[in-house]
Design a protein around this ligand. Structure first.
Ligand code: ZN
Length: 361
């Protein structure tokens, strides 16, 4: 099983040890092993408000933290820069840690910085987070460029040439369609849901899902309750909890060694888990819908674990992943089909992106 998006590097920066089972972690090596997960893409996330120089520095620090976490756990994990390396790691009983960059701002306006991050092992770039940047417009704003910037067009061409995946989760609709038109390689949405099932602005419309399939691309279904269910979004709003949660988490992020702030954040997570949450069935509803529109070979899992303040009922962390396959079996998916959705498709699209770069190189 391969997961196209987890925010574990942010947790490493909050001083989490992922070599041990931590009750508030969605992802750590013991849980990945129990969940039968062969590899995950660790997202190097930088907030939109961070200035570019600071973002570059922070991304490098996160890469260093990922390398250290893997070095400290040689019996659990190894880095992977490609599907073939992941297959080798698996044959040696090791979990693969891939890296993706979430928000292109650490590359600033420099293709050489993009190439440097690629050489360090970054396999995809999520072009934006919740803010327009030098590369493209975000779903949360979408005002700066009307899609890709002129520099963003160069980034797309360079990523095609390198064999890096272009990730359109968080992108504005216009950025999405610009990349569909411009990219020579398949494109991906590593952690997104379906807008016709839940109206969040950063979910994918039916036309987008169809286009991802036609482009031979990939969508990884996100587990965040607010992207899965309008009912959750409405009840969280009623409880006015999400704003408070954001404040408590932000205070902890700024001061991760402060035990009091860490505990306040843990108590907030317990409170969030008390409101109604969508569960495994709703996730599989999104899988079904995406399979229907994009095609079975273009859908996977991009949990967003460790990046979401609240998790679905019954799927509170990575160790519980098997309940998805159980629900898919109940709905009539065959084992071979479950293998594709649970990671086969993700490795296949990464292979296609690499092959495309070789063909055009
Ligand atoms: Zn994200």
């Amino acid at each position: 099983m391969y997961d196209s998006h987890v925010d574990t590097p942010s947790q490493l920066m909050r001083l989490r040890n992922i070599g041990i089972d931590n009750p508030y972690a969605h992802v750590d090596f013991p849980k990945l092993r129990r969940g039968g997960i062969d590899g995950s893409f660790f997202a190097l996330y930088t907030p939109a408000q961070m200035a570019p120089d600071a973002a570059t520095r922070y991304a490098l620090q996160m890469i260093s933290a990922v390398y250290d976490a893997v070095d400290e756990n040689p019996d659990y994990a190894a880095l992977a820069f490609s599907p073939s390396e992941a297959a080798r790691n698996k044959s040696e009983g090791l979990i693969s840690v891939f890296m993706g960059m979430e928000n292109a701002s650490p590359i600033q306006e420099s293709l050489s910085l993009l190439r440097t991050f690629y050489r360090l092992g970054v396999s995809y770039v999520t072009l934006t987070h919740n803010g327009d940047n030098a590369v493209a417009d975000s779903a949360a704003e979408g005002r700066k460029w009307g899609g890709l910037s002129p520099f963003g067009k160069q980034v797309v061409a360079e990523m095609n040439a390198l064999g890096m995946m272009i990730d359109l989760s968080h992108a504005s609709d216009k950025t999405f369609w610009d990349c569909i038109a411009l990219s020579k390689a398949p494109v991906v949405a590593t952690h997104s849901c379906c807008r016709s099932l839940c109206g969040h602005r950063r979910n994918l419309t039916d036309e987008m899902l169809q286009a991802l399939g036609e482009k031979d691309g990939y969508v990884g279904i996100n587990f965040y309750p607010a992207f899965l269910s309008d009912r959750f979004a409405a009840s969280a709003e009623d409880a006015a909890l999400m704003d408070e949660a954001e404040r408590v988490e932000a205070a902890f992020i700024l001061d991760p060694a402060n035990r009091k702030k860490a505990e306040a954040w843990e108590r907030m997570q317990d409170r969030l888990n008390e409101i109604w949450r969508p569960g495994v069935k709703e996730i599989v509803d999104h899988i079904d819908h995406a399979v229907h529109l994009a095609g079975l070979e273009h859908v996977g899992i991009g949990s967003d674990f460790d990046g979401i303040p609240v998790t679905p009922r019954g799927l509170e962390d990575a160790s519980k992943m098997a309940c998805l396959w159980k629900e898919m079996r109940l709905r009539g998916y065959r084992e071979k089909e479950i293998e594709l959705v649970s990671g086969g498709n993700l490795m296949a699209v990464f292979d296609r992106v690499i092959k495309c770069s070789e063909l055009n190189g």
